[in-house]
Structures are given as structure tokens and as C-alpha cells.
Design a protein around this ligand. Sequence first.
Ligand SMILES: NC(=O)c1ccc[n+]([C@@H]2O[C@H](COP(=O)([O-])OP(=O)(O)OC[C@H]3O[C@@H](n4cnc5c(N)ncnc54)[C@H](O)[C@@H]3O)[C@@H](O)[C@H]2O)c1
Length: 320
Amino acid sequence: MAKVLITARSVAANKEGKAILENAGHEIITHVSDGVKSEAEMIRIIPGMDAVIAGLDEITDKVIEAGVPGLKIIARNGVGYNKVDVEAAARLGIPVTLAPGTNTISVCELVFGLMLSLARVIPGQDAQVRQGSWKRNLGCELYGKVLGVLGTGNIGSEVIKRAHAFGMEIIAFDVWQKPELCQNYNVRYLSLDEVVVKADFLTLHLPVTPDTKCLMNERTLTDMKKNAFIINTARGELVDEKDLYTALKTGTIAGYGADTLTQEPPAPDHPLLTLPNVVLTPHCGAYTEDAVTRCSVTAAQEVVRVLSHQEPKYAVAVKA
Ligand SMILES: NC(=O)c1ccc[n+]([C@@H]2O[C@H](COP(=O)([O-])OP(=O)(O)OC[C@H]3O[C@@H](n4cnc5c(N)ncnc54)[C@H](O)[C@@H]3O)[C@@H](O)[C@H]2O)c1
């Protein structure tokens, strides 16, 4: 019987993922806490484990070395692996696996939650009603509006399908264009500057790279329509938050809806928290029962594969 350590809270609480491990005859040891686990904590709990299913915990070279010789797989319950020293794992012959595509729909649906929240002032009106007011805020429809999509990868593509059903006109920017989106959903690929200028709603679905960091800054924000909204479920670093605050405060753009900030959680005095035209969620894009189940199942299946001497399906490729 192999020992599988689960440090990811959502996986530890998920019946389907755990059933896969138990049915394969493995023993589950859970260590979950409110925050992410430090290197010291991981070093304390990893010895003697055959596998770990980890959240955003620190899996440094020292943690991985502490798991040797027993540790055979590090399964992440997501797609990011910046907290895992993949080179150290590769050196020790331990695969690091991911759960790609499991949260795409959940993040995509949150985009529409944020978009409609901004368009119809839902959080603000809810707060007013609770305070005894029946005052209405004049909203706007999504129908007929121009949706600018920056990044037409997994999430951006799903957003496009649903935006088409809302009757939106869709323009997009990506280094890798998908002709099927143009054929099926009338998407027009344009330059970044053209998308920024024309969009009524601009939704961000790019990774953070040196090319995309602070892509939305004083210059690009100033180019936008005054009644435009930005939705950011990707990463806070895509936006210069100081410039964004100024643009929102001075009416350069109409509103911002985000699931992610540069610093998470934000400092209590973060300027964006003071603005009524900002809607924020706590990086919960992937946090649905459905996505958590898909993710837990994928991570558990990877563990079972590796512990039965099969190749994992979604191992991170490490350059030699
Ligand atoms: N809020 C959440 O909980 C949550 C969950 C999952 C993913 N995300 C974030 O959402 C974003 C998109 O995720 P995804 O799964 O759709 O990624 P993806 O890799 O499928 O798509 C990214 C797209 O960006 C394009 N791209 C990359 N660099 C570019 C550049 N310099 N210029 C133009 N285009 C570029 C790629 O060609 C690709 O089409 C990522 O930032 C990811 O971290 C957030």
C-alpha cells in the first residue's frame, strides 16, 4: 500500500478524487491548512510518502530531497507550477504533473459574472437595496457591444463561444490565431492597439510574460473608450494597477472587474478597494465543485498511473 500525501485543501475534501486513490489500494494522508505550506512544513511531512498532491505549497529542492527515496510523483492540482522546483524533481527522476483544461469553463463563466456585474451594477445595487434604497442604476446590455479578447487560448476561446450567443461583436488579439473562431463566431483578429481602442468590454486571457506584463498601462488605458470595461481573470500583473486606479477615478474607463490582483490578498488600503466601479473576487475562478472534481480526478489518476509504473499523461516537460 503506497502513501499519498494530500496538501491541497480542495482535493482533500473531494470524494471522487480520493475514491480513485482508495480503489487503487493507496493510503491517503491529508495535511491541509488555511494558507500555503512553507518549505519547513513540507520538509516535516513529506518523508515516507510515495506521492504528493499539492496545492500552491512550497515544493523546493530541499522538500523534494526530503521525500527521497520514497517519493515517486508530485501532482499539482492545477496548471501552474511556479512553486515546484521542476528541475530538482527532474534531476531526481520524479515527474511533476498538472491538471490542464480542468478549470477552463469555470473561469470562463466567471468572466460573464464579472461582465454582467459591471454592466448592470449588480453588487452596487444589491448593497443599496440592503440599505433600504430602491434607487436604480442605469445599466447597459451586452448585446451588440464589442468584446475585445486578449488571448484566444483555452479560456479566451470559451468566452468567445458564449459572447457570440449574447450577440456581441468579437474582436481579438493573439500571437496564435485560430481560424475556426473566425469561421464559427465571426471573430476578427486585429492588432493589440486596434482591439484596445474599439472594445466596449475588454477581457484579458494572456499569461504574464515580459511582453504582456503591464500591457494595460497609462497609454493603452487612455486609448480605450470612456464607457469601456475591463475584465481580468488572468493575472493582476497584466495591468499597471496605479495607472488603472487613475483611469477609473478620472473616468478614462468605466469599470474594472477582476478575479486577480498583483498582490493577493490585497493590502487593506489597496486603492482599487475604494472605487465603486470596481468588482473583485478572491481568485476563485477555478473554485467550483465541478472544476475541483475534474482537477482532483486528474491529479489522482496521474498518481495511480505513476504508482503502477505507467507514464503520466500531463507531466511538465523539463529542458535538459
Ligand atoms: N482566475 C483563475 O482562477 C485562473 C484559472 C486558470 C487560468 N487563469 C489565467 O488565465 C490566463 C489564460 O489561461 P488559458 O488557460 O486560457 O491559457 P492558454 O495558454 O490556453 O492561452 C493563452 C493565450 O495567450 C496567447 N499569448 C501568449 N503570449 C502572448 C503574447 N505575448 N501576445 C499575444 N498573445 C499571447 C497564447 O497564444 C494563447 O493563445 C492565464 O493568465 C492563466 O494564468 C486564471
